[in-house]
Design a protein. Structure first.
Lengths: 477, 92
């Protein structure tokens, strides 16, 4: 029997459709038509000339046919509910237990490759503030270095055979006896990544092989190498000075040779520190905002003078100007020149961003389609004949490729949704899996705090409503 | 030239009543179609939710009762009917 709540729920939409002059009927012969006809027959049988309100219409539409003597509507509705709910349950279970695991497995297989091709060079540029070399202002160190300013540059033979030392042990070997210098050095060392002190020790004072091959570099190369020169010079200088006073037993050299070599280490590393000090003073004096731009393995690092950089940013400096600077070969790194060209540099960067994004998007679109096509072939080959009979495979692949051809460029941004669409169209075109899973996804996106089970309940109602709605036919009154 | 019959006030009143009655009948058809459709959704959905582990028969604190299911169904129907109307006007 028709429910009063169902009839009441139809009032608002009926009024709206009446106003628009739209008639909604059920498709002839459909299950909805059968149910509706039962009610319409009862209303017609009443043969009343008066206009019914909703209560009267309900009474009339739900009255029992005196000839048949039973509730035909109720019987048909019950039977239909049983049949349809069985089918809905099967569709839901199929989507949940067959399609979702297949799509998830497929996506998991391609995710590492997709992540790799999604990398944008625009995200691989960074500004690095040069470490603050507080120890360069320490009188104890400056006095010690001053003695070596006239020493000639010499490439020292690296013959030490000491055993390894931990970071803490190396730091202990760097102690000078000056409380303030030792504190400043300790602060500097605490900001280095773990293992740095040990690595410099092993490179300079042992013959232990290193993963990065540093043991094959010459002393001068190590001391003057970009990025690491100050760090290596400082550690080598302080440690060598300490070892001169306190020789270690595991050096593997006669004492005289050991002392001569240490003396050369002290002199050459002191020169390295003096050169670094000169560079820093010059940078401050001339106003070098950028120290260097290093491009390695697709990553760009712009090293800046920390004092000048902070001042420049506070005065309205924009990082995009520095990004633009990294694109210009042989550009001036002076703050005055950078400010003078800031508009051009920023515009350069913004043009570069637009072009890069467009190139990356196009490349990604093409590559994702290739990857999906290859992965789908592998996926089909991996299915048994019971999962997909051999005679149907070509047809399935054709459907997949056809859907893939129609893929829009923005669809590759959501790989899960794209794979879901392609697999549902290719493998399960006769099922409701795509509707069920995309509706669930949409509900979850629109209601982020909703629990998955609740979203599933709403999806189920919408899925059934979609099927029932397919039995509507509309016409103008 | 308007026929004598069409100028007759009684004919005009009769015709207007006829139009109202027709509209009323069509409104009843729409209402009963939508009501039966909503009831079918509500019944099937309740049956499925009561026998499926993976879904919950609540939304937040509210139970997914008959009334709520009927309202959910009507809002889905509205979208569906609007698409059908659009499809019709596109076809024209």
């Amino acid at each position: 029997m028709l429910n009063k709540k169902a009839l009441d729920s139809a009032v608002a939409l009926t009024d709206y459709l009446d106003e628009k002059g739209i008639l909604v009927v059920a498709v002839k012969g459909s299950p909805l038509d059968v149910l509706t006809q039962h009610c319409l027959n009862r209303v017609s049988a009443a043969d009343s000339t008066e206009i019914f309100d909703n209560d009267k219409l309900f009474d009339c539409a739900t009255s029992i046919c005196s000839v048949k003597g039973y509730d035909e509507h109720g019987v048909d509705l019950q039977e239909l509910t049983k049949k349809v709910s069985e089918s809905v349950r099967n569709h839901l279970a199929h989507a949940r237990t067959i399609v979702v695991p297949e799509v998830t497995h497929f996506v998991d297989n391609i995710t590492p490759v997709i992540d790799e091709i999604s990398r944008s060079p625009l995200h691989e540029i960074e500004i690095v503030q040069n470490a603050s070399y507080g120890f360069m202002l320490e009188p104890a160190l400056l006095d010690a270095l001053e003695k070596y300013k006239d020493v000639s540059v010499l490439d020292v033979t690296m013959n030490f055979c000491h055993g390894t030392r931990t970071d803490e042990q190396v730091l202990a070997l760097m102690k000078t006896g000056s409380v303030t210098l030792d504190e400043t050095v300790a602060i500097y060392c605490s900001k280095l990544s773990a293992g740095t002190l040990q690595h410099v020790w092993e490179t300079m004072f042992t013959n232990i092989p290193q993963q990065d091959g540093d043991e094959f570099k010459t002393f001068q190369k190590l001391i003057n190498e970009e990025l690491y020169s100050v760090c290596r010079s400082l550690i080598t200088f302080l440690v060598a000075k300490n070892l001169l006073a306190n020789p270690q037993e595991d050096a593997g050299l006669p004492l005289a040779t050991y002392n001569d070599l240490l003396q050369q280490y002290v002199e050459q590393s002191a020169l390295g520190l003096l050169r670094a000090k000169y560079r820093l003073e010059l940078a401050d004096k001339i106003g070098y905002l950028v120290d260097k731009v290093v491009k390695k393995d697709g990553f760009v690092k712009i090293y800046v003078n920390p004092t000048l950089y902070k001042k420049w940013i506070n005065e309205g400096g924009d990082n995009e100007v520095l990004f633009g600077l990294s694109l210009v070969p042989n550009a001036s790194y002076k703050v005055s020149d950078i400010n003078e060209n800031s508009l051009n540099l920023k515009a350069n960067w913004q043009r570069h961003v637009v072009m890069t994004e467009s190139i990356v998007r196009l490349k990604k679109y093409n590559k994702v389609r290739d990857i999906l096509s290859i992965e789908f072939q592998t996926y089909i080959q991996g299915l048994s004949s019971s999962e997909l009979p051999f005679e149907n495979r070509e047809q399935v692949i054709n459907r997949f490729n056809k859907s893939l051809e129609c893929t829009k460029s923005d669809e590759v941004d959501n790989i899960y949704q794209l794979v879901l669409k392609l697999i549902c169209h290719a493998r399960y075109p006769q099922t409701s899996a795509y509707f069920i899973l995309t509706t669930l996804d949409k509900i979850k996106k629109e209601n982020p705090t909703m629990q998955i089970k609740e979203a599933a309940a709403i999806m189920t109602a919408q899925y059934i409503a979609n099927w029932v709605g397919s039995m509507f036919r509309v016409s103008s009154i | 030239m308007i026929s004598k019959e069409r100028r007759d006030p009684l004919f005009l009143i009769y015709n207007s009543h006829k139009r109202i009655k027709m509209k009323y009948q069509e409104s009843i058809i729409t209402k009963l179609t939508l009501a039966n459709a909503a009831q079918l959704v509500s019944n099937v959905c309740s049956e499925v939710l009561n026998t499926t582990d993976s879904v919950d028969n609540t939304v937040g604190e509210l139970p997914l009762n008959e009334e709520m299911l009927c309202q959910l169904a009507q809002s889905s129907f509205q979208g569906k009917i609007q698409n059908l109307i659009k499809g019709d006007s596109n076809a024209q």
